[in-house]
Write a new protein. Sequence first.
Length: 167
Amino acid sequence: MREPRDSGATHLVCDERGVSVTVGYVLTLAIGAVLLSGVAIGVGGVVDSQTDRAVRGDLSVFGQTAAANVESADRLARAAEADRSNATGAANVSVAVDLPTRAAGIPYRITVDNDAVTLRTTDPEATLKIPHAARLNVTESSVRGGPIRIEYDHDGTGTGNLTVVER
């Protein structure tokens, strides 16, 4: 036969059968959650670092391309002015440059002035300045990253300027 049961309170205090499984399960979930969050935080820093490097690398390539094309437009405009020296009429030059609209998936802006081509993103915060050697005046302008056109228009009065516009 069975032994008589103790009172309910004493019986529950001494009974540890269900507690060990439940406590082990909760501890396993808690440790797993802590480890997973640690890995997620650690990987997040690596991804941000890689994104920053990729953006800077892309901006460098795009800036070199834009600066080289500003210099090409400058050479073409000076050649057009030299050919036009004895003739009347306007000297016009237009150089189309196909740049991507995003650097590592992030939009950017291009600013051009007399000294340099500057590319800038906001997230991550990155600025890259590439000097150019254009001899003609360059109208200071700021455009969205993407396809641009470098124009030179001289109608015969005053001096002509190179201007960068969006396409």
